[in-house]
Design a protein around this ligand. Structure first.
Ligand SMILES: NC(=O)c1ccc[n+]([C@@H]2O[C@H](COP(=O)([O-])OP(=O)(O)OC[C@H]3O[C@@H](n4cnc5c(N)ncnc54)[C@H](OP(=O)(O)O)[C@@H]3O)[C@@H](O)[C@H]2O)c1
Length: 289
């Protein structure tokens, strides 16, 4: 089933979104402040609207992806939007998502907030998650069209939920990539290339995935049996990493931070518990030193 869809914002991400919708045969109307950026999409069959209002009028579903929420608000104006559904894929905070849900709702529009868990080249792949939150009926009505952008993952009615997950997942990404880069610098000091190290690192992440699955229930239950590897054992192990890296001139700020957190957990009584007990620190239930 193809449908009319409007895309507001044709930066790197908005252009990829509009392109993915065209790929699936949808009738796409686009608007961008800098109209020239629409040219490649118009060549592929998109219709360029002269104003945001004209673009919004063209379709029941409007996908927006602009710089930030202030731009979104300015672009969508203050006219009534009865009968329109907005899917906002602009990045922001949960609070901004809730506020946006309020002002779109007050203008008679349906509103979903979303987060695209990829860079533009991944848009359209079924491997890639696009997170959504807001009223279930709005999501259900547009899920088939939204599937053109990536696998649609619905997180619930709270409009801030997609942004909340987005922030949490970016934190996970930065930690994982930083750990990989630190390790790459360490093995690189012994003339191992990143290309040699990375397949081994990726295989290791598969094992780490299993740790997360096991620790999730420990976190939810607030009990951290240290029957695999205790915090105290890992304090000693991270000492080896810090020694090996320091001896090779590798910056140790990252593992030093992790070691200090493990030591705080140990001092708070979690030395014989699993690594999952560090959630007590992250959740603010263990006082800072
Ligand atoms: N790129 C990514 O990998 C990625 C991944 C996930 C989420 N996102 C999010 O997607 C959103 C867009 O990112 P992007 O990478 O596409 O950025 P971008 O290439 O810089 O595009 C920004 C868009 O916002 C528009 N814009 C900026 N200021 C404006 C204003 N005052 N009035 C009207 N339009 C304005 C730009 O219009 P002009 O073309 O006229 O400048 C353009 O369409 C951001 O919230 C970003 O965090 C991006």
């Amino acid at each position: 089933m193809t449908q009319s869809v409007t895309v507001l914002g044709l930066g790197s991400m908005g252009s990829a979104l509009a392109g993915a919708l065209l790929d699936r045969g949808h009738a796409v109307t686009v608007w961008n402040r800098t109209a020239e950026k629409a040219a490649p999409l118009v060549e592929r069959g998109a219709r360029l609207a002269a104003t945001p209002a004209e673009a919004i009028a063209a379709s029941p579903l409007v996908v927006a992806c602009v710089l930030d929420y202030a731009v979104l608000r300015a672009v969508t104006g203050s006219d009534p939007l009865s009968g329109k559904d907005f899917v906002n894929l602009t990045s922001g905070s949960p609070e901004q998502a809730e506020e946006a849900a309020g002002w779109f709702g007050a203008r008679g529009a349906g509103y979903l907030d979303g987060a695209i868990m990829t860079t533009p080249e991944g848009v359209g792949s079924a491997e890639v998650m696009v997170l959504y939150s807001g009223p279930r009926p709005v999501f259900d009505a547009h899920e088939p069209v939204l599937a053109a952008l990536g696998d649609p993952v619905y997180l619930g009615a709270d409009p801030g939920r997609a942004s909340l997950y987005d922030a949490a997942l970016l934190g996970l990404m930065w930690s994982a990539m930083a750990g990989w880069l630190h390790g790459t610098a360490l093995v690189g000091a012994e003339k191992t290339t990143a290309a040699e190290f990375t397949p081994v690192a990726i295989r290791w992440l598969g094992t780490v995935n299993r740790f997360l699955t096991r620790y999730a229930s420990q976190v939810d239950e607030g009990r951290y049996p240290g029957d695999d590897a205790t915090v105290d054992v890992q304090v000693a192990a991270i000492g080896h990493l810090i020694h090996a890296a320091g001896a090779r001139g590798v910056d140790n700020a990252l593992p030093e931070l992790l070691k200090s957190m493990m030591e705080r957990a140990s001092e708070a009584g979690h030395g014989a518990d699993s690594f999952a007990s560090l959630v007590e620190l992250f959740a603010g239930r263990v006082a800072a030193r």
